[in-house]
Ligand binder design. Structure first.
Ligand SMILES: Cc1cc2nc3c(=O)[nH]c(=O)nc-3n(C[C@H](O)[C@H](O)[C@H](O)COP(=O)(O)OP(=O)(O)OC[C@H]3O[C@@H](n4cnc5c(N)ncnc54)[C@H](O)[C@@H]3O)c2cc1C
Ligand code: HEM
Length: 403
């Protein structure tokens, strides 16, 4: 635990937090301007998020949340864990922190002008390093744990694509084995890999993909939805990556996972490609938790885009205590409820109440933003305690439940 902040620092950060919050996006933007003057620091980032401005919001949000909770920092616990896990994925190291400190304080000076007195800058500097030390300590502990584990590694490790399987019109899976022939780290089911993809048109871009198989010593599988717009990470994987292609990834990361010894029934609730971490969890449940009551509830657009249904149903059958329900929002001509899927339309909280172990279960959720907003809010309004609601979002955390 870093040295506690002094009373003067807390008072000064508290007093200036509203002014900083009011211009946080500008400060973060100015900060990135300064930070990216260093090419080796710029290369650490994910340039698609930079292009859409998403990361600006994520870091601005973190700074504001931090300043506003300066007297009550324990509320940041889960956010610190998520940031630390993200940083592990991007291979952020202790030596990178001074660059952000310098850029952040410079940016506060740029935007606040005369209001950024020496005292204000010193207080924000101290506050930054408090949070930075928390993150660095946690990140070191995660790295130590990964390195000590069988199959663990640091930094970027090359993997060869051993299988490429079309799962639906939108989703294709890739099985990855380490080029060095060694073991892989057994991930926690629900965690993701971070890839640096060397794309021909956009250069190097970094993308996360949830691991869609149960932990084992040999291989990871990822299942990727093709997105037509954007920077093309998913198009690159679909169109240009074949069996034999080598891809580089950092070790599995993420704080969204099935506990090692689940204590309550489980509802795995997904929309679209959000099913990938759920399939990893379901495989794990089928292998290791024969007594665990499980409901796999999935919403897809239609039959042609629906992935891995046969696999999910086979796992459920083998497990014996798993129920599966699929909903199609816009069934295709050949789709028929009762034959190709279970229900037309959207999953609802009322349906979950009536058909899953609602009162007792841990809910694991992953899907597009409207899906997450509907269920994180809906479950909690229906009385599900927040510690029973776990969710992953396939973008920066602060966007998941944003308006
Ligand atoms: C923890 C985590 C796990 C993930 N797991 C998976 C997974 O298992 N499977 C999976 O398929 N994906 C997963 N993702 C998402 C994945 O990382 C990529 O975001 C996704 O593949 C899209 O990347 P892309 O480069 O193809 O498109 P991007 O460049 O990221 O664009 C994505 C979408 O944003 C839109 N967009 C981009 N730029 C702009 C702009 N300037 N203005 C407006 N719209 C814009 C595009 O039109 C496109 O539809 C995960 C993400 C996270 C954070
Ligand atoms: C106290 C210091 C820091 C804070 C508060 C912070 C905060 C954050 C937050 C909130 C996110 C988004 C997490 C999410 O999507 O859920 C993030 C991601 C990230 N951070 Fe940091 N960070 C800090 C230091 C650093 C440093 C020193 C670097 C490297 C120079 C760095 C590089 C990154 C990268 C590359 C990402 C992922 C970006 C993306 O999604 O495009 N961070 N950080």
């Amino acid at each position: 635990m870093p040295k506690p902040l002094s009373a003067e620092t807390i008072a000064c950060v508290k007093a200036t937090a509203p002014a900083v919050a009011a211009v946080a996006p500008q400060i973060t933007k100015a900060m990135y301007g300064r930070l990216f003057q260093d090419a080796h620091i710029k290369a650490l980032f994910n340039h698609a998020n930079q292009a859409t401005g998403k990361q600006h919001h994520a870091l601005a949000g973190a700074i504001v949340a931090y300043a506003q909770n300066i007297e009550n920092l324990e509320v940041l616990g889960p956010a610190v864990e998520r940031m630390a896990q993200k940083h592990i994925g991007y291979n952020i190291l202790p030596e990178h922190y001074p660059y952000v400190a310098k850029a952040l304080l410079g940016a506060i000076g740029d935007v606040l002008g005369e209001a950024a007195t020496d005292e204000v800058l010193a207080a924000w500097g101290e506050a930054y390093w408090f949070l930075a030390d928390l993150l660095k300590d946690r990140e070191q502990a995660i790295r130590d744990e990964i390195e000590a584990a069988s199959g663990g590694w640091t930094g970027w490790r090359p993997f060869v694509v051993a299988e490429k399987t079309v799962e639906s019109t939108l989703i294709t899976s890739f099985v990855l084995r380490p080029v060095d022939g060694g073991k892989v780290l057994r991930h926690k089911p629900g965690q993701y890999l971070t890839f640096r993809l060397d794309t021909p048109d956009r250069g190097e871009i970094k993308r996360h993909y949830s691991i869609s198989n149960a932990p084992n010593d040999e291989a990871y599988r990822i299942s990727v939805k093709r997105e037509d717009g954007g920077q093309g990470g998913s198009r690159f994987l679909h169109d240009l990556v074949e069996v034999g292609t080598v891809l580089e990834t950092t070790p599995p990361a993420g704080e969204f996972f099935l506990p090692q010894a689940p204590e309550r029934p489980v509802v795995l609730l997904s929309g679209g490609v959000g099913l990938t971490p759920m399939v990893a969890m379901l495989e794990t449940i089928a292998q290791r938790h024969p007594q665990l009551e499980t409901a796999f509830v999935h919403g897809a657009l239609d039959g042609p885009s629906h992935a891995m249904d046969g696999h999910v149903r086979a796992l459920a059958k083998a497990h014996g205590k798993t129920s599966v329900a699929t909903f199609y929002a816009r069934p295709a001509a050949n789709d028929e409820a009762g034959r190709t899927h279970d229900h037309d339309g959207l999953i609802t909280v009322d349906w979950l109440k009536a058909n899953t172990p609602f009162e007792a279960a841990d809910f694991f959720l992953c899907g597009p933003r409207p899906f997450l907003k509907a269920f994180v809010g809906g479950l909690s309004r229906a009385g599900v305690a927040s510690e029973r609601i776990h969710y992953e979002f396939f973008g920066p955390a602060d966007e998941a439940l944003a308006v």
